[in-house]
Design a protein around this ligand. Structure first.
Ligand code: UFG
Length: 340
């Protein structure tokens, strides 16, 4: 298939593009390299050869997106391009709505003009906000009440997709799937690609940077939550499993229908459990300092993953936290400075 991947030089997008190339698809990656890495595109080019093409462009550049789709004969768009820091979204809300919401509109305009009618969208569990305890684990039917601009911007694009697929006058109706990711972790098990965020704010990469001696310690953001050990609980899903979910989702695309699934392993690990796992996997000291709560952190978030299991036959292969951490550790050891 001819597939256009937006944000394909970022952490998740690059892993998805790699997998699509491995499966024999032709991939055009569009990325503005604001947070993505040219080195990731270079890697993808080595793997994909003539089946890979990189277009450096912004998601708001509708004309370039449309041209790329026409030139490639795009049959499917997988849309990762986004700003994705919760904290930053509170400080720069307009940037988030511009890139994530208006960027999505620009992409849909380009798809319309190029006649592309299939899209898989990376959404997030942040669209659920802070669900009441009775909604944990979180099923797809949980009310979506985001508590920050990041979650809101992603929810807005879900709503746009929902409206777009339901357009009764559309002679060629859109087919859309939104996948709501929980905490995506780990790296390509073969070590070809990794995770390199600037700035890094995610728990597992920070722990690994401490293990590498690049940071003096990890600050745990609060141990007074109503959880078994007082630290926050999250659902860590391996990036390769997440990519599998996309591939399973392609087959479910139906014109005029909007579908959505949570992607998580269906169990939570606390911050302390992650710390212990990183200590076990790396065999290195991991000093921790107890800090105060980080604004906007819900106590417990993990997926009810039964719908995706039932509907797509998808099941995470990496369910052991140590295995997830080990794939990331391999990358960090080989690339202590990331893609630099
Ligand atoms: N944490 C620490 N110290 C750190 C970094 C993180 O204690 O230095 C804790 C956080 O407080 C949180 C847990 O580790 O409890 C996980 O934090 P991450 O920043 O790794 O991930 P989040 O759960 O905050 O974010 C994830 C996704 C977002 C998504 C969000 C929804 O990365 O894209 O879940 O809440 F929006």
């Amino acid at each position: 298939m001819q597939i256009l991947v937006t944000g394909g030089c970022g952490f998740i997008g690059s892993h998805a593009a790699l997998r699509l190339l491995d499966e024999g698809h032709s991939v055009t990656v569009v990325d503005n390299l604001f947070r993505g890495h040219r080195a990731a595109a270079d890697r993808l080019s080595e793997v994909g050869g003539a089946r890979f093409r990189f277009v450096e462009a912004d998601i708001l550049d509708t004309a370039t997106l449309a041209r790329a789709m026409r030139e490639q004969g795009t049959e499917l768009v997988v849309h990762f391009a986004a700003l994705a820091y919760v904290g930053e979204s509170v400080e720069k809300p307009r940037d988030y709505f511009r890139t994530n919401t208006a960027g999505g509109l620009s992409l849909l305009d380009a798809m319309s003009s190029a006649g592309v009618r299939r899209i898989v969208f990376s959404s997030t569990c942040a669209t659920y906000g802070e669900p009441e305890e009775r909604f944990i684990p979180i099923a797809e039917s949980t009310p979506q009440q985001p508590i920050n601009p990041y979650g809101r911007s992603k929810l807005q694009f879900e709503e746009i997709l929902r409206a777009e697929v339901g357009n009764p006058k559309d002679p060629s109706p859109l087919a859309a799937v939104a996948l709501r990711y929980f905490n995506v972790a780990g790296c390509d098990p073969d070590g070809r690609l990794g995770e390199d965020h600037r700035p890094e704010t995610h728990l597992i990469p920070i722990c690994l940077e401490v293990a590498l001696g690049k940071r003096p310690h990890l600050t745990i953001f609060g141990d007074d939550y109503a959880t078994p050990d007082g630290t926050c609980v999250r659902d860590y899903v391996h990036v390769t499993d997440l990519v599998d979910a996309h591939i399973a989702a392609f087959r479910q695309l139906e014109p005029g229908v909007y579908k959505r699934w949570n992607v998580g392993i269906g169990r939570g690990y606390s911050v302390r459990e992650v710390v212990e796992s990183v200590r076990r996997v790396t065999g290195r000291p991991l000093p921790v300092v107890m800090g105060t709560r980080r604004a906007g952190d819900p106590a417990t978030l993990y997926a009810d993953a039964s719908a995706i299991r039932r509907d797509l036959g998808w099941q995470a292969r990496f369910t052991d936290l140590d295995e997830i951490v080990a794939t990331a550790w391999r990358w960090y050891q080989a690339h202590p400075n990331g893609y630099r």
